[in-house]
Design a protein around this ligand. Sequence first.
Ligand code: PEP
Ligand code: MN
Length: 348
Amino acid sequence: MIIVLKPDCSDEQIAHIEKQIESLGLKPELSRGVQRTLIGVIGEEDVLSNAPLGAFPGVEKVMPILKPYKLASRDFQIEDTVIDLGRGVSVGGGSLGMVAGPCAIESREVLLEIGQAVRDAGANILRGGAFKPRTSPYSFQGLGEEGLKILRDVGDELGMPVVTEVMDPRQVELVDRYTDVFQIGARNMQNFNLLSEVGQMSRPVMLKRGMSATVGDLLMSAEYILAQGNRQVILCERGIRSFEDSTRNVLDLAMVPNVKQTCHLPIIVDPSHATGRPELIPAMARASVAAGADGVHIEVHTCPEQSLSDGPQALLPEQYAEVMASLKQLAELCEKVIPVPGEGGDAV
Ligand code: PEP
Ligand code: MN
């Protein structure tokens, strides 16, 4: 249920309503918007339908949330969620998060070289995997904590927020010590224990769409994180499986405007994993921004042939710089900004 508060509802009245909701065994979720302040009420359906929510002072009206996802819905929050990643970088509400870096962290030297190049090109979030979800158990699995240390160190040296994948609830505390943003990979989108665990942390989460997940499944997974109290979820479209096999996955670009109609969370598009083909990435990156995405996620490597993971889909730094030059123009056209890390979010 959504409680729409009267414009003059006082803080005391809000506190009273929240207390009463809790005493009914329900959970109040306050959303202070520019236009209206709402309280989402989450709980068991039969308790909810009998709760006298309209009777509290300060309440204008009570409406059911018809969608299965509640906190992720625009019924609960009309305005776009804007997520502050630190270092002057935010994602959503007109700010684009440009995530770039190698698939896996391989060494400090390589990550620093790639990080420097992508930052110079305009990237504002550095990526790199320390725990890699590989199809084969015989493939490189990542450097683990050593990799996390390298990522933190390089991120600090370059003044960029960093994102890295966490694969297991038991790794959450460890990854939390080093990263700015948790990445939940496609293969773990429905690892509900992991989602609940990162939902209890205070860092933003980039949630990648599962390769066989519908848009509805993705939003329900986001809801798991939000329901634990972590409101900082960035969705990431990375392509889905279909009968088409000329690209690694099929990029569902329509999901961007589709999800934006009903959900307030920012969405980043990953054309690297979606296509698996470097020559297709620039066009799909531009299409993503044109479709209204809040950022683009691209894998970059200085020597793709020596890369220990996803080398064939990596862009060279100079190719990335070329894509970014066109994305900057496009961002301007779409009245979006690409925050520069360390410069308080200035536009480029
Ligand atoms: C990755 O980002 O390197 C990755 C493994 O992505 P996905 O989970 O989308 O396959
Ligand atoms: Mn990868």
